[in-house]
Write a protein that binds this ligand. Structure first.
Ligand SMILES: C[S@@+](CC[C@H](N)C(=O)[O-])C[C@H]1O[C@@H](n2cnc3c(N)ncnc32)[C@H](O)[C@@H]1O
Length: 242
């Protein structure tokens, strides 16, 4: 893919690779929930994997990861970073549109979609969402982030009325999520999910290009029948001193 055909080419080509190396918070929670012993047997799917901050973190934690993205520059970075981190054998990259990816039923123990369902039209995003939830195992965990209609790049209010600075990659986002949209999907009976954490908020982004504001939605969910003890949220009760 050429620079012109890949809106993320420059963001992943530069030395200071976009989005950094810290995984998305939901991905960190998934890692925290997985014991090292089980992680060695677990499969993760990272959709719109970019330059691989989530894929590499999951691979370091022992997951076998399939990283899918349209950006060949991003996939090249993932392969370089995985090799440098000594986890090259645990990461497989696939150049594909998430809309055409072959989602096998109940295959993945973790599915990550950090800012990709908002890069495809709303009518396609719901179809991909349904494939995602069918592709989770019975104990699977799901971490999704999307841009919200609060984002200054949004064509919907209130974002479209904002004067806050927009991201350098705003042009690639075509589907800003209105309030509660993702929560609504996650609570449909057919999704068979239980929400562990859900947030909608504005946040400054310093991880790429000139600093800018984002309206973000983040979801961490698990299959309904599971009850993990703790999943990275602030604790509700003070901890006993040991
Ligand atoms: C905002 S970036 C996020 C990258 C990564 N998930 C992260 O958080 O570091 C969005 C990524 O989605 C990819 N993308 C956009 N549309 C896609 C599609 N239809 N299929 C696969 N990847 C896509 C882009 O190439 C880009 O790498």
């Amino acid at each position: 893919m050429t620079d012109a055909a890949d809106p993320f080419f420059e963001a992943y080509h530069r030395d200071d690779i976009a989005y950094g190396e810290t995984p998305a918070p939901g991905v960190q929670s998934i890692i925290d929930l997985s014991t090292a012993a089980e992680a060695g047997k677990l499969k993760a799917l990272d959709l719109g994997a970019g330059a691989g901050r989530d894929s590499i973190s999951l691979a370091r934690a022992g997951y076998t990861v399939t990283a899918v993205d349209l950006s060949e520059m991003g996939l090249e970075r993932i392969n370089q970073r995985a090799t440098a981190a000594g986890v090259g054998e645990r990461v497989t990259t696939q150049a594909a549109d998430v809309r055409n990816f072959d989602f096998e039923a109940e295959k993945y123990d973790a599915i990550i979609a950090t800012t990709v369902l908002d890069h495809i039209p709303a009518a396609d995003a719901v179809v991909v969402w349904q494939k995602i939830v069918r592709s989770l195992t019975s104990h699977g965990l799901l971490a999704v982030e999307v841009h919200s209609s609060e984002d200054p790049g949004s064509d919907l209010p209130p974002g479209c009325n904002s004067t806050a600075p927009k991201s350098e990659t705003t042009g690639a986002v075509v589907n800003y999520f209105p309030p509660n949209q993702l929560a609504q999907w996650a609570t449909e009976t057919s999704a068979n999910l239980r929400i562990l954490r859900y947030e909608e908020r504005l946040e400054w982004d310093y991880t790429h290009g000139p600093e800018h504001m984002h309206g973000k939605v983040s979801l961490l969910a698990i299959r309904k029948e599971n009850s993990p003890e703790w999943y990275g949220q602030p604790r509700l009760f003070p901890r006993r001193e040991s």
